[in-house]
Design a binder for this molecule. Sequence first.
Ligand code: SF4
Length: 216
Amino acid sequence: MSLYGPSGATHDDFTKVSGSFDRAIGTLRGLRDRGVAVTAAVSLNTVTAPTVRELAALMATERIPLSCNLTMLPARSGTTDPTALNLPEEELATLIADLAIPHGDRLAGKLPDDPPCAAARSIVALDPYGTILPCHELDIPAGSLREKPFAELWRTESFENLRRIRFGDLTDCPDCPYRAVCGRCPALALRTGGTITDHAALDCRTARVFKKVFDL
Ligand code: SF4
């Protein structure tokens, strides 16, 4: 569940929905108390960064893990407005070090014939309308569970094509010095105007920052 600050003043200011912090934290606590494994997630950006350490402390007190998303992505509508909120590299590096944020490792140790990611392989996403997608980010629908059984959707041509892509097919990544700390996302490559085997400049930037932090 997303949180954008440690209080109503900060979270609600980001969501523009009054009372949304109280409802979000109340839901997290309620699920935790019922034994459900929950994680709070925060997107690091120029709005949330000033209070993220306070949010991390609050989540530690609440015994709720906090996951940090490091990149503001272009919206699904195509607008790149959210990317203007991305933190400068130096500030991102400081937060990664302070909060001990783990680096991506999606490409670490990959061989040319390995799959580049788990989408439509070991994971799949179901949207609220019954549509099956390769993951939560890749907008390549297989079809609707309202119309076909899952087994048929799983074998749809778009998913089979995705499963044919190998690490060795990616542009630049196999020989990249940052690949051990990189969490390259094919959906971000697509959303920033590339193809599914390309890489997004925003992913390269994050990997570069991680390498800087871990090389210190
Ligand atoms: S930093 Fe960029 S080029 Fe290098 S492995 Fe990651 S996505 Fe590929």
